[in-house]
Ligand binder design. Structure first.
Ligand SMILES: [Zn+2]
Length: 586
């Protein structure tokens, strides 16, 4: 089936279509145009501009045809209308994750060794040993999800740990952040990493006191191994995406921005779309590399696709723009800071203030190239120095060429300076650009490692959501899955509670002054996220003419005590008016 290009319908067009049906906000019956599905007897949090809560909602042809009181909405139902009695339960717009690596993450879930729940080094090594039992000698074993902050030993895994169980197979275990990992000796030999190998530009080979590589490779130092690790087959890639979509539906998530993809992932998305299996809104960012030449190649790939908000498959798949990395990670202490990193909370990592992962002037040339071509840019920036450089770059290219609405973003934006916050506020207001795409769950899932590395003072500047609100800055919420678990309820909770997983340095090393309430948190996972996916005309709130993307919950997130947000259970997920998930009855 050929791929069709659709323009996002403007709500006004839907209004025209529905004229005669809705008069003065009251739904009126009209022959031949009755609702196909109605939800009633609920508390529907519409997340419209006034945060209106209604009882009922009517759907026709995948779109919301009316919202309001039960008596008005039920009048739109006819003999053929399907009715869902919410029995007092709460519904929200389908949740939106503005940064989740669902294509890669799904492949990992299906085909790699899982380490996100191991709590000791021995346990991690045991998982590797069990995984090797199914492999032929010489075959690569891949695993992911480990984090020294969750290990009792509070240290990195090492090649020596792994070599005992893997003499005959190369092993690569990616850290949960994706910014470093550990190789065994067989993998290092194949990758030609030894005592005399210098650190690459923008990368670190971790070494012991004698200068021998420990197996831990950070940032660009991973490239030598990653070049040898076998990529997923096209079929594995497709299965990985389907696995992720299934998980998203279970969590009430109906739209995702998948950053940093390349052609094989795009091809997998398109093939699933053409087979009618892409039951999710997906907006992708193409990886632009770290040079002007790689940026030009990415621009060529993007130029072959429709520009957002145009989509493939009626809003299902959008080629949204590009991703560039300005720096590394708060986990690896490679993010680019103004002052040196800490270790173990109060120790100094003297001489290490991280580094840019793209040469700063080259980065500026890359952004200018994309901006002048009218392409959305998302830049990964964690450290304060990296974030300053990114927002100043956006300000510069926008001053040169004041195109509004490209929504350039600061991905992660972990510890913005006061200057960066001022620039974000100015650029959002003037050009609809410089939006943080922030992951509140970092404070939880990576929180103990983060508190150790940022140190007690800097930690209070992490993810300043309340300051954003005061400055009128909107942000997209997200998980950075598989860096943290994909469920958006964790992000809703973490935006409000700011608590770490283990409390190694106290439960609230990031303070609570920057906490926001659930109303703001939900906006960041709905309408503000929709804006960062170029889909705010279509999704993100439950309003007339928008797609009927809805999640039904076991509890009312506006009413429950905030510690319970983390345990919300999705009971029903609707995409384009179709039920795509029903929780099994307990
Ligand atoms: Zn990411």
């Amino acid at each position: 089936m050929p791929t069709r290009v659709n323009r996002t319908p403007h709500p006004c067009r839907m209004l025209a279509l529905l004229a005669g049906l809705v008069l003065g906000g009251l739904a009126m019956p009209s022959p031949g145009a009755e609702a196909q599905l109605v939800l009633f007897n609920g508390r529907i949090l519409t997340v419209d501009p006034r945060d209106t809560i209604v009882q009922a909602l009517a759907i026709r042809e995948g779109k919301i045809m009316a919202v309001g009181a039960d008596r008005d909405i039920l009048r739109l139902a006819g003999a053929a209308t399907k009715r869902i009695d919410l029995r007092g339960r709460t519904a929200t717009p389908g949740l939106i994750d503005s940064h989740a690596h669902i294509a890669d993450g799904g492949v990992g879930e299906l085909y790699h060794v899982h380490l996100s729940d191991v709590s000791t080094v021995v346990e991690a090594v045991g998982r590797v040993q069990a995984g090797l039992a199914a492999l032929k000698p010489g075959a690569w074993l891949q695993g992911e999800g480990w984090d020294e902050g969750k290990l009792a030993e509070r240290r990195y895994l090492s090649a020596a740990d792994l070599d005992r169980v893997s003499p005959g197979n190369p092993v690569w275990l990616m850290h949960t952040t994706g910014h470093y990992g550990v190789a065994n000796s067989a993998a290092m030999r194949l990758s030609r990493i030894g005592a005399s190998t210098p650190n690459p530009t923008a990368g670190t080979i971790d070494r012991d006191a004698k200068g021998m590589p420990t197996g831990v490779l950070k940032e660009a130092a991973m490239d030598a191994v990653l070049a040898l690790v076998p990529p997923p087959t096209p079929e594995e890639q497709r299965k990985g995406i389907l696995k992720s979509i299934d998980t998203l539906h279970r969590e009430g998530i109906t739209a995702v921005k998948d950053p940093s993809i390349a052609q094989p992932v795009w091809d997998a998305y398109v093939s699933l779309l053409n087979e009618g299996k892409l039951a999710e809104h997906i907006c992708v960012l193409w990886y632009a590399g770290s040079t002007l030449a790689s940026a030009q190649a990415a621009l060529k790939a993007i130029s072959a696709q429709p520009r957002p908000p145009q989509s493939l498959g009626d809003g299902r798949l959008l080629s949204c723009g590009v991703k560039i990395y300005m720096d590394g990670s708060g986990g690896a202490r490679t993010a680019w800071l103004f002052e040196d990193w800490n270790k173990n909370s109060t120790d100094r990592d003297t001489g290490n203030a991280g580094y840019p992962s793209t040469e700063p002037e080259e980065y500026r040339r890359m952004v200018r190239l994309f901006h002048q071509a009218g392409i959305h840019v998302g830049t990964h920036a964690v450290g304060d120095r990296a974030i300053d450089w990114v927002v100043d770059t956006y300000a510069q290219v926008l001053a040169e060429n004041p195109t509004p609405g490209l929504r350039h973003s600061i991905i992660h934006a972990n510890i913005p300076s006061e200057h960066a916050i001022q620039v974000m506020s100015m650029l959002e207001g003037k050009y609809a650009a410089a939006y943080p795409e922030a992951q509140a769950p970092f404070m939880w899932w990576l929180g103990d490692t983060y508190a150790a590395n940022f140190g007690p003072e800097r930690s209070h500047r992490l993810l300043p959501l309340n300051t954003y609100l005061k400055h009128g800055i909107h942000w997209g919420g997200g998980s950075d899955y598989s860096v943290t678990p994909v469920a958006a309820r964790y992000g809703l909770w973490a935006s409000v509670e700011r608590e770490t997983l283990k409390g190694t340095y106290g439960a609230h090393p990031f303070g609570t002054a920057e906490a926001v309430d659930i109303h703001a948190a939900l906006r960041s996972y709905t309408i503000w996220g929709a804006h960062q996916l170029f889909l705010e005309q279509r999704i993100g709130s439950l309003e007339l003419g928008k797609d009927a993307d809805i999640a039904v919950w076991d509890r009312d997130m506006y009413e429950i005590p905030s510690p319970e947000l983390k345990d919300l259970k999705c009971e029903l997920t609707i995409l384009h008016g179709e039920v795509v998930y029903v929780a099994p009855r307990p």
